[in-house]
Ligand binder design. Structure first.
Ligand code: MSP
Length: 654
């Protein structure tokens, strides 16, 4: 008997706002957990935030707030995004919670009892960003952190140590006996080779800052942030508290699966330190640590410290969260790295979602409505090619999902959609309708197509839950998440009313998308703190690594201009069109600043214009130049670059 399925995301640091990389892990975990729930298994899904440590303390100080106030702010952001992305977690743990502290203390008490803690002076090369020590070999002669590329510093302090070295043998035995413990295979090999190289004892307390859990029995020491953080996976289940029923059900049940989904950047912590702590404490280990690859921008890991992150907000606002969920799951072969670009997103949006999925659903629904007076077919069909194809699709989808081949599972659904389309094209129901009217034969043909679409909707529900519900609604079914029985053929109601539904994914016009984005971007010169709407950024960055020559700069003609008139561009909530006096001529210029400026307030202002840009159409309105603005804060609010009133229009800016 298969035990319960417990899945976790890493707990995210609160010194950064969520970007595509963080959202990816959460969507993966959500998709996999939804799959297990769909096939009828008992599941639990945990996520949360990692709120202690020196980096958080520093980030809060830099912003002039307390660490907990910073954490509250970022947690609110995660909660908001999780709601938008329909991340269906059962629990959200914060390491500053009391229940967590109690659990960490309980774990440390067991490790202490096992005789695995001692105090010693600790010296070594330390990366403050990772809050981890590295060996000389790992950081090379230049002493650069292998993850961040930043210089490591030599640190020396008295710490509590954990006897990690004692667990190298038991860990290797565990990896050997449990081939599923680290996935995929390449990561497993990496971990095995790291542990074979020998393990040093690990310092698990810090004395150089206070923002952490006090180390029991060692005044002045706080618990090492990774020991604190990793323990969340059991403290959230009530480990160390009076009520530990969830802990016993999801961490100790025989046959239970305990899966940590993480990025490969934090593999060592999860596949070496965490199981060693658990071995020492005499507790069960996770069954699998699944390490996925990185989302890259310009061939580098997307991360705050590199400054190349993409925030999901603008894409979600424009295309809906399911479009992004789909893209993230489809584009990255789980385990490998992938590059994020707007171009690729739009291509998949139009080809896969608007065309393959959206058109198939609306075509089949329209054919049924047309043939049967706005209702589903009145007769079922249990012998047709779509039924055969559905069996194969279900098999392939299930096998891929069990293997966490999320992209492959989607491919299986897309193959099935093509087969449904093939059935419609081959049976020509429009001809049958003409020749026979709403005959029993027509009913069976369209039943096969509509039931196929329903099943495809069910297979898609772990990936794009809201789209799946909309597909059901278009077929006259309740707009609910499906259950395991909905994975069998024959659940489409006969003769049920089919409400007319808008297209699932209206086609996007990439030209209009990029020009509107450029208008917004034009108000956002490259900033070290990237703004919220920065997709398409690669279109603005030169291939030369960011710097341009003076010669290149001089190609850009910057002049002052006085705004003569301004009004909103119809149907756009971002764009304002203005008439601007450039001294020698008047220009019409469109700018994406309507979210923060009233048109009337612009009249009479002296602004800075890029005067020699090729004209572009934004929402159908021609723009002959670009207005400069600074971007402020995470949301990238525009703030116009203005010059003194006395400067005559057309003056050169350089
Ligand atoms: N707080 C630690 C984790 C503690 S878990 C006990 C941490 N937090 S983090 O905010 O840096 O987020 C880490 C996770 O976010 C990564 O492991 C990964 O899952 C995800 N990602 C962050 N950047 C990413 C990419 N560029 N690409 C894919 N995922 C990435 O580390």
């Amino acid at each position: 008997m298969m035990g319960p399925f417990y899945a976790t995301t890493p707990i995210y640091y609160v010194n950064d706002l969520p970007h595509i990389g963080h959202i990816y892990t959460s969507v993966v975990t959500d998709t996999v957990t939804r799959y297990h729930r769909l096939i009828g298994e008992k599941t639990r899904f945990l996520t949360g935030t990692d709120e202690h440590g020196q980096n958080i303390e520093k980030a809060a100080a830099a912003q002039g707030v307390t660490p907990i106030a910073l954490a509250d702010r970022v947690v609110a952001r995660y909660r908001d995004l999780y709601r938008k992305f329909e991340i269906a977690h059962d629990d959200f743990i914060r390491t500053t919670e009391e229940r967590h502290r109690r659990g960490v203390e309980a774990l440390i008490a067991r490790i202490e009892k096992a005789g695995d803690l001692y105090v010693a002076r600790h010296e070594g090369w330390y990366c403050a960003s990772c809050e981890a020590f590295y060996t000389e070999k790992e950081i090379g002669v230049e002493k650069l952190c292998p993850d961040h590329g930043r210089p490591c510093t030599w640190e020396s302090e008295e710490n509590v140590f954990f006897r990690l070295s004692k667990y190298a043998g038991p860990l290797l035995a565990h990896y050997e006996k449990n081939q599923e413990f680290v996935r995929p295979e390449t990561r497993r090999a990496e971990v095995v080779s790291f542990v074979r190289g020998g393990l040093n004892d690990l310092s698990v307390s810090r004395t150089n800052f206070d923002w952490g859990i006090p180390f029991p029995g060692h005044p002045g020491h706080v618990v090492y942030v990774w020991m604190d953080a990793l323990t969340n996976y059991i403290t959230a289940l009530g480990f160390g508290s009076d009520d530990d029923r969830l802990y016993r059900e999801f961490w100790e049940s025989p046959g239970g699966r305990r899966v940590h989904f993480i990025g490969k950047d934090i593999l060592r912590f999860h596949a070496v330190y965490w199981p060693a702590f658990l071995l020492s404490a005499g507790l069960p280990l996770p069954t699998t640590v699944w390490a996925h690859g990185w989302w890259l921008r310009d061939e580098r890991k997307m991360s705050k410290s590199v400054g190349n992150v993409v925030r999901p907000d603008a894409l979600v606002e424009r295309f809906g969260s399911d479009a992004l969920r789909y893209f993230l799951m489809r584009e990255m072969a789980f385990g490998q790295d992938a590059s994020f670009s707007d171009q690729a997103f739009l291509e998949r949006y139009n080809a896969d979602l608007a065309n393959d999925l959206g058109n198939t659903v609306s075509r089949v629904a329209a054919l049924c409505r047309q043939a049967f007076g706005g209702r589903t077919p009145g007769e079922a069909c249990t012998d047709n090619q779509v039924l055969d194809a559905s069996r194969e699709a279900l098999r392939e989808w299930r096998a891929a999902m069990e293997e966490r081949g999320l992209s492959r599972a989607l491919e299986a659904v897309w193959k099935f959609l093509a087969q449904i389309n093939g059935h419609v094209v081959a049976r020509e129901p429009w001809k049958v309708l003409k020749e026979e009217g709403a005959s029993a034969r027509l009913s069976r043909i369209l039943y096969a197509a509509a039931e196929g679409v329903r099943l495809a909707g069910a297979l898609l529900s772990p990936f794009v839950p809201s789209t799946s519900r909309r597909i059901f609604a278009a077929l006259g079914l309740p707009a609910e998440d499906p259950r395991s029985e909905d994975l069998s053929w024959g659940r489409l109601p006969l003769g049920a009313p089919m409400p007319e539904a808008p297209p699932l994914f209206p086609r996007a016009d990439p030209g209009a998308y990029f020009s509107e984005k450029d208008a917004t971007m034009s108000e956002k010169p490259a900033s070290p703190q990237p703004a919220a709407t920065e997709m398409g950024r690669e279109r603005h960055e030169s291939a030369s690594g960011g710097r341009i020559s003076m010669e290149d700069f001089q190609k850009v003609q910057l002049v002052t201009g006085k705004v003569l008139a301004a009004e909103r561009v119809p149907r756009s909530n971002k764009l304002i069109q203005m008439r601007v006096d450039l001294g020698t001529e008047e220009r019409q210029i469109v700018a994406g600043i309507a979210t923060h400026y009233e048109p009337e307030s612009l009249v009479g202002r002296n602004v800075v214009i890029v005067a020699n840009l090729k004209p572009a159409k934004l929402m159908g309105v021609e723009s002959n130049g670009m207005v400069l603005a600074a971007t402020v804060g995470e949301e990238g609010a525009p703030s116009l670059v203005v010059v003194d009133e006395s400067v005559p229009p057309g003056s050169l800016v350089k």
